[in-house]
Unconditional design. Sequence first.
Length: 117
Amino acid sequence: MKYDDLDPHLAAPARIAILATLADGQAWLFADLRKETNLADGNLHVQTRRLKEAGYVEAEKIPRGGRRVTCFRLTEAGREALAAYVRRLRRALRQGETPGPEQPRPVRRRDDDSRVW
């Protein structure tokens, strides 16, 4: 797998946690999302802002208990990006599976100067 094969917007584990939480299709309040992901307020704010800029989440201010709170939802683009990320990782895992007897696994040699180890 090449570095370019992965979505740079999903490079941070916090962003993956946010998208995975929002993948249930429900709207999540900031406080509930913070509790579920175990992220600090500042980190959650920064990561949701980046995901919003990428078009992966949408945020809405809603009235609640006499004040306005932020509510997040996963967009279709966010769902597709998360699904593509998971597919790429699954493909990488399949490539690492032990081949059958008729398919010997290639051996990489440490003394091969053609590669940077």
